[in-house]
Design a protein around this ligand. Structure first.
Ligand code: ARG
Length: 481
């Protein structure tokens, strides 16, 4: 047992004893929810203005509150705001500081409001900005990947299944796969953002207020479409944060796979790429080492973001309506996932932009004629042979080559016809590396023009996304004023 700070608490009157020091430490959140400071002040300014406009407080008092809150905002911006753990959370910190700066009028700010609707509002405002920032980061990475893909339209490498060489690909095609994944990730963040359109502010602790609050006014002022339609839902729900975390976890899994390929490809065994010095580290013991720490950390940090999603899902599960203090546990995983994903996007952008590609080495790995075995089977199909039969025949050709150490690509028509009479020509005429790529001109395929068109389309979509992000940033800056 220890003495608390003895500071007056917002819940004042009912309490005779100060909070125990351990409880004060245990329940304080300002060391992390300070990340919400600017949103908290923004919400408070909208609330104070509305209190004045609705005649709940006098026009002069409203003005004094707004002036004081603006001073608080400036202190937050400049880093001078005296965050105080004894004042528990960001909401009480802002209000306490307002008391110091504006005097007793500060006592009118919390009229018709609870920290429950306040924190839900702060969080929605944070999520809107964070989602947009992540979309920008995703767009930047897509831009880098597209640029590198365009550069490597004619770089050929083996595609893998089960990490066994499977069929040849263009490096452009390979990286475009990630552009598509990251595009869907951006879509998930945008969808989640669109569901943050209803303002919790005015929902009170759980049941609204007897005062004539103008919820439409604060909703509009904060850039929401309308007030939340149910006061309990408004304060008890965190699915906006869950959606953000789910989208972040999926995006991190995508980044982790891309990172894993950078790790593999930069090994001596593959030797496909080399990370720039600025994006690798050395070993403190082995002077020859150049380690892919950046992609390894991205791969590792994906576990952390997935963990954050699981943390919040587990916090929420089984909570009765409406607010419960458990909900304070929403913030650390959310902030951590946001910062982690943002940073991973940034370092991957740099890693990929500066990555050296060894096109010769990739092509050499793709030049194993075994990679064209499927094409050989399809040559038989074109002669009217059922695919299963063609597959079986080419399988025997492959076994024969492996056994006798022969090059599949050099087998003559006669050699091939020993396995199936329908082979119309020698392997050299039937299949070759470029031809194999070019023959796959179906949508989504590997032909040069097909891949180039897919890249162009992705570039177009990326431009549209950038324009949307910029328009939304403009609107956000507008409501921020
Ligand atoms: N710090 C709290 C949180 O993050 C704010 C809401 C507190 N509400 C309450 N009734 N104790 O959830």
């Amino acid at each position: 047992m220890g003495q608390g700070s003895g500071k007056p608490k917002a819940w004042g009157g009912r309490f005779r004893e100060a909070t125990d020091a351990a409880v004060e430490r245990f329940s304080a959140s300002v060391h992390f929810d300070r990340a919400l400071a600017r949103y908290d002040v923004r919400g408070s300014i909208a609330h104070a203005r509305m209190l004045g406009r609705s005649g709940i407080v006098s026009a002069e008092d409203a003005e004094a509150l707004v002036d004081g809150l603006r001073r608080v905002a400036r202190e937050i911006e400049s880093g001078e705001f005296p965050f105080d753990a004894a004042a528990e959370d960001i909401h009480m910190n802002v209000e306490a500081r307002l008391h110091e700066l504006a005097g007793p009028v500060a006592g009118r700010l919390h009229t018709g409001r609870s920290r429950n609707d306040q924190v839900a509002t702060d969080l929605a405002l944070f999520l809107r900005d964070a989602g947009r920032a992540i979309r920008r980061g995703l767009a930047e990475l897509r831009g880098v990947l597209l640029g590198r893909a365009e550069e490597h339209l004619d770089t050929i490498l083996p595609g893998y299944t089960h990490l066994q060489r499977a069929q040849p690909l263009r490096l452009a095609h390979h990286w475009h796969a990630y552009v598509e994944m990251l595009g869907r990730d951006a879509g998930r963040f945008a969808d989640a953002g669109a569901r943050l359109a209803r303002s919790p502010l005015g929902a009170g602790a759980l049941a609204g207020s007897t005062l004539p609050l103008d919820r439409d006014d604060t909703a509009r002022a904060l850039g929401f479409d309308e007030p939340a339609r149910n006061s309990l839902d408004a304060v008890a729900s965190r699915d906006g944060a869950l959606e953000f975390l789910a989208a972040a976890a999926i995006a991190m899994v995508h980044l982790s796979r891309l990172a894993e390929e950078l790790v593999l490809w930069s090994s001596s065994e593959f030797g496909f790429v080399e990370l720039a010095d600025a994006y690798s580290t050395g070993s403190s013991l082995m002077p020859q080492k150049k380690n892919p720490d950046v992609p390894e950390l991205v791969r590792g940090k994906s576990g952390r973001v997935v963990g954050s999603l699981v943390t919040l899902l587990t916090v929420m599960k089984g909570l009765p309506l409406a607010y419960n203090r458990d909900l304070q546990e929403d913030k650390e995983p959310l902030f951590d996932a946001f910062a982690t994903l943002r940073d991973c996007l940034q370092v991957l952008c740099g890693s990929l932009a500066t990555l050296q590609v060894d096109s010769d080495r990739m092509r050499e790995a793709a030049s194993d004629p075994m990679l064209l075995a499927t094409d050989l089977a399809e040559a038989l199909v074109r002669e009217g042979v059922p695919f299963r039969e063609a597959h079986e025949a080419v399988g025997r050709v492959v076994a024969h080559c492996l056994e006798k150490d022969l090059d599949l690509g050099r087998l003559s028509r006669e050699d091939l016809q020993a396995f199936h009479v329908a082979f119309p020509a020698g392997a050299g005429e039937l299949v070759d590396l470029e031809g194999s790529l070019e023959a796959r001109s179906l949508p989504g395929g590997t032909a040069r023009a097909t891949v180039a068109a897919a890249l162009a389309r992705a570039g177009q979509e990326l431009e549209e996304e950038m324009a949307r992000i910029e328009a939304e940033e403009g609107r956000a800056a507008e409501t921020d004023r």
